[in-house]
Design a protein around this ligand. Structure first.
Ligand SMILES: [Cu+2]
Length: 144
């Protein structure tokens, strides 16, 4: 879910699976418009107005795409970024930078870490891991 509150999108970054519904609500007493601007082929650009107390809107994207930008054309500072993935093993870090990936089957994986400024879609930080029950992997990123 993305909420519009105080003329901001909350959350700023979210993770969803391909085809998963993104519910957008307007908790503000003003009009917003929700304007996703995807770049991956198959993901549709839309531009839909949402008045105060208007019904929730739904969006979904069939193609994986990192940092698919949502913007509001009424308030040019409003942005949110949806990271659309074709698998369920993802997380957005919390305010302390912590993350957990749940229910990952045992096996060998490559973990990819993205950050809008420190590890953009074209060059994620990566690490090879092996899951046997659980594993801890920390990353250090530097925003330029
Ligand atoms: Cu707005």
């Amino acid at each position: 879910m993305i909420d519009q509150k105080g003329c901001e999108y909350l959350p700023y970054v979210l993770g969803v699976q391909t085809g998963q519904k993104i519910l957008v609500k307007n908790s503000d007493p003003v009009l917003h418009n929700i304007h996703p601007t995807p770049t991956a082929s198959g993901n549709k650009e839309e531009n839909r107005a949402q008045p105060p107390n208007g019904p929730d809107l739904n969006f979904a994207f069939p193609t994986s795409e990192m940092f698919l930008r949502f913007k509001c054309d009424v308030h040019p500072w409003m942005f949110a970024y949806a990271c659309v993935m074709d698998h369920p093993y993802f997380a957005v870090t919390d305010k302390d930078g912590k993350y957990t990936l749940k229910d990952v089957p045992d096996g060998k994986y490559t973990v990819e870490v993205y950050h809008r400024k420190a590890a953009p879609a074209s060059s994620p930080a990566t690490a090879e891991i092996e899951v046997k029950g659980s594993v801890t992997k920390d990353f250090t990123l530097e925003a330029k």
